[in-house]
Design a protein around this ligand. Structure first.
Ligand code: C2E
Ligand code: MG
Ligand code: MG
Ligand code: MG
Length: 294
């Protein structure tokens, strides 16, 4: 009745909601000039194979620092950039920069496996996407087979002819596909088995519940089920958000292939990533045969 209406009315004009709406508009506005003003950078986080601790990849993570808004987290601005469509141009910059950096590091003798880049469903819907990805690789001199695209489960729900064509073309070029934050979306298992996806990344919310005081049987069950599903579909499985040695031990027991998390490294700016790779190469235990010490 009237009371209900009154409550909604008050909520709508609450200072909180007003501040949130204003913040959103500020971000939306600031994003428009962000590429041009070179406000973006990439942070890099290593991906580790559990058989022998080798570095098997690096994930590129977008960072944005606006002169007035300050640093703004991707969890806040990506969604806004998707709504405005700015993500298409921003995402292309990410791809180009990640491939450029990977090729430069490789030329300097660093070995780290694949470069993994997050891609939004909005980018996949863009008709020129496949061409942009392949152009980013060839312009940078980074092989398509050294690139992995991380997509979310919701992107698979598009299930259009165009998406199938796009994935087919990327697959024949050698680009790898991973499903990110797996277990949080609603991907159909039948789509999953038909798409050329090579890797599942278990969402870190499940890994956070594996060990220690906030351990839940539910997190263990979901984690193990995803690992089994991946094996059944001949996919690799990576666990994100690994923060403790106990997490690592459990995941190894469960048969998980790869890990990523603060236990190994936080996402780092390029210079620190180089130092991290060099230091690891000097620890005898963690030397990969193809890992050059420079
Ligand atoms: P994501 O792709 O699942 O990336 C992993 C996120 O988990 C990163 O947050 C990373 O910093 C964080 N993380 C890694 N290890 C740990 C850990 O041990 N503990 C905890 N608590 N967190 C950990 P970040 O960098 O803030 O990125 C958040 C999300 O924003 C990403 O999640 C991804 O969905 C999105 N994102 C980031 N960069 C891009 C991009 O270039 N394009 C698109 N479309 N999305 C991006
Ligand atoms: Mg990711
Ligand atoms: Mg993820
Ligand atoms: Mg995530």
């Amino acid at each position: 009745g009237a009371r209900q209406h009154g409550r909604n009315h008050i909520e709508f004009y609450s200072p909180d909601a007003w501040l949130r709406a204003r913040r959103r508009l500020e971000i939306e506005h600031a994003l428009r000039g962000a590429l041009e003003h070179e406000e973006f950078s990439l942070a890099y986080q290593p991906l580790i194979a559990l058989d022998g601790h080798g570095v098997c990849g690096i994930e590129a993570l977008l960072r944005w620092h606006h002169p007035e808004l300050g640093p703004c987290a991707p969890d806040e601005f990506i969604e806004i950039a998707e709504a405005t469509g700015d993500i298409v141009a921003i995402g292309e910059w990410v791809l180009r920069e990640a491939c450029r950096q990977a090729a430069a590091w490789y030329a300097a003798g660093l070995r780290f496996g694949r470069m993994s880049v997050n891609v939004s469903a909005v980018q996949l819907r863009d008709p020129g996407f496949t061409q942009r990805v392949l152009a980013a690789c060839s312009d940078a001199g980074w092989p398509a087979a050294g690139l992995e695209l991380e997509i979310t489960e919701s992107a698979l729900l598009l299930d259009t002819d165009a998406l199938w064509e796009c994935f087919g073309a990327l697959q024949s070029a050698g680009v790898a596909l991973a499903v990110d934050d797996f277990g949080t979306g609603f991907s159909s298992l039948s789509y999953l088995s038909r798409f050329p996806v090579g890797r599942l990344k278990i969402d870190r919310s499940f890994i956070a519940g594996l060990a220690g005081s906030d351990s839940t049987g539910r997190a263990v069950a979901v984690t193990r089920a995803i690992i089994h599903l991946g094996k059944a579909l001949r996919m690799q499985v990576l666990a994100e958000g690994v923060e403790s040695g106990e997490d690592e031990r459990l995941l190894r027991d469960y048969g998980c292939d790869e890990v990523q998390g603060y236990l190994y490294s936080r996402p780092l700016p390029p210079r620190e990533m180089v130092r991290w790779l060099q230091t690891r190469a000097l620890i005898p235990d963690t030397v990969e045969p193809r890992f050059a010490v420079i």
